[in-house]
Design a protein around this ligand. Structure first.
Ligand code: BES
Ligand code: MN
Ligand code: MN
Length: 459
């Protein structure tokens, strides 16, 4: 173990150089003009799996972006980890807000800046290097490892579900391990046991059959941007509650035990507001900030456009306006049902002066993972050793759609062992990963592989 860890310590610069080549590939899954790069990224992952010492690694085609699967099975008696991660990344716009280009990774102030650095290439790469470091010093890994790295997580993992269904045998394992979330705070490692689900929608409002002169027609025609704004602003009431009838019907009440546990976590609304540059918090009345983002369903407008948005002025009353809206869901809600509820409500409240159409883009279900599993115990032990501190338990507001399917289709529980930080700008300009946590992540992975067999034996 000592040899392995000191090897990791002396390889830091090499790791950063290699990670930079992974981060240089613009694998933006939602953008067609990145399709070739996204494939190139899958090939990079396939090759990397062989470089680190897995015995098999293969690209699987899907209707969308390829899936990469690799494995190293040493001994059928050893426990098997199914590691899941994603090589795709979010779009980079607004590009002008990046301090350095998103696909030219840059190290400054102890952080590595690039799109995908924390979500999720950097965290996946930490496991690659953990495996490689062990195999450079030992004949075999203490566990069997299967690695499933997909290219469509950021667009809802639509094709992965089928892949899992069709490859149950190949994916057979004792547990799923994912590093695609954040620690609670710097210096406070955590294990995440809950993720929200998602229903992602698009609304299009069409008014007149062409763009109009806003002077000649303004006053006589309902402006689609205005109509859309009216619809969106009606979706919350003065208590921050979503007004769609039935929105909260399937929501389970937060237990007093969990409420108490959340309230004991170190958290300051003041610090939170200061960090985000906001003067006041907004949200559902009667719930704390962590409750609002972890265990309550919410609705957000993610983007809105229409009319003239280029330089200077153009007085126009536009023909249409569009918005993207995400609903974050909690256990017991289903994305299908919420999509329906949303569509029906929007159509019902839309004024006669415009035409509205609603599309469901993608979705996924919320999940809560058990805290008493051997995998979680091994994760606690590993984090303790790697960061010198016991982790706390938290939930998260983000989504990883396939986690629920791992349970349903493979019967597997997932351990969410994340090394990011909440303020590392995932999905935003200047995304970065803290280097201490990145290297701590490699150490944690190594400890986890070594500790897991004991905990599985103890049951
Ligand atoms: N890694 C995130 C999910 C996440 C974020 C987990 C924060 C824990 C903490 C993942 O890559 C992600 O962004 N998922 C999308 C899923 C969606 C596009 C289906 C999300 O949450 O928006
Ligand atoms: Mn991610
Ligand atoms: Mn993401």
């Amino acid at each position: 173990m000592k040899k392995i860890l000191s090897f990791v310590d002396s390889s830091k610069q090499n790791y950063l150089d290699e990670l930079k080549t992974f981060l240089a590939i613009p694998s933006v899954s939602s953008q067609k003009d990145c399709d070739n790069d996204t494939r190139r990224c899958a090939e990079w992952v396939r090759d990397q799996m062989l470089i680190i010492g897995l015995s098999k690694s293969q690209i699987f085609e899907t209707k969308g972006h390829p899936i990469v699967f690799g494995e190293l099975i040493t001994d059928s008696k050893k426990p098997t980890i199914l590691f899941y991660g994603h090589y795709d990344v979010q779009p980079v716009d607004p590009l002008n807000l990046w301090t350095t280009p998103p696909f030219e990774a840059d190290v400054r102030n102890g952080n590595l800046y690039a799109r995908g650095s924390v979500d999720d290439k950097g965290q996946v790469f930490a496991h690659f290097k953990a495996i490689e470091a062990i195999l450079k010093h030992e004949k075999e890994l203490p566990v069997n490892i299967k690695m499933l790295i997909e290219g469509e997580e950021e667009v809802g993992s639509a094709n992965l579900e089928n892949f899992v269904k069709e490859n149950k045998k190949m994916l057979k394992a004792d547990l799923v391990l994912i590093s695609d979330s954040a620690m609670y705070a710097k210096g406070i490692p955590s294990i995440c046991y809950g993720l929200r689900g998602l229903a992602y929608m698009e609304i299009e409002v069409v008014g007149p059959n062409r763009d109009l002169h806003s002077g000649s027609f303004g006053g006589a025609v309902h402006n689609p941007i205005q109509a859309l704004s009216e619809i969106i602003s009606s979706l919350h009431d003065e208590n921050g509650k979503v007004t769609i009838p039935g929105f909260y019907n399937d929501v389970q009440k937060i237990t007093s035990k969990e409420r108490k546990a959340f309230s004991k976590l170190p958290f300051s609304d003041k610090k939170y507001m200061k960090d985000l540059g906001i003067a006041k918090l907004y949200g559902e009345k009667g719930f704390s900030t962590n409750e609002r983002t972890w265990v309550r369903p919410t609705l957000e407008c993610n983007g809105i456009w229409g009319g003239y948005t280029e330089e200077g002025a153009k007085t126009v009353l536009p023909s249409k306006a569009t918005a993207k809206i995400s609903m974050r869901l909690v256990p017991n809600q289903t994305s299908k049902k919420m999509e329906k509820l949303f569509s029906n409500h929007i159509k019902k409240i839309a004024p006669k002066s415009i035409q509205v159409s609603v599309k469901a883009l993608h979705g996924g279900e919320a999940v809560v993972t058990p805290l008493k599993s051997p995998g979680v115990k091994a994760a606690v032990s590993a984090l303790q050793k790697a960061f010198g501190k016991s982790p706390l338990f938290q939930r998260e507001g983000g989504s990883i759609p396939i986690v629920v399917q791992f349970k349903h289709l493979l019967g597997l529980d997932t351990v969410l062992l994340g090394f990011g930080l909440p303020d590392e700008n995932a999905h935003s300009p200047d995304e970065h990963i803290n280097l201490d946590n990145f290297f701590g992540g490699i150490r944690t992975a190594i400890y986890f592989y070594y500790d897991l067999p004991q905990f599985l034996k103890k049951g």
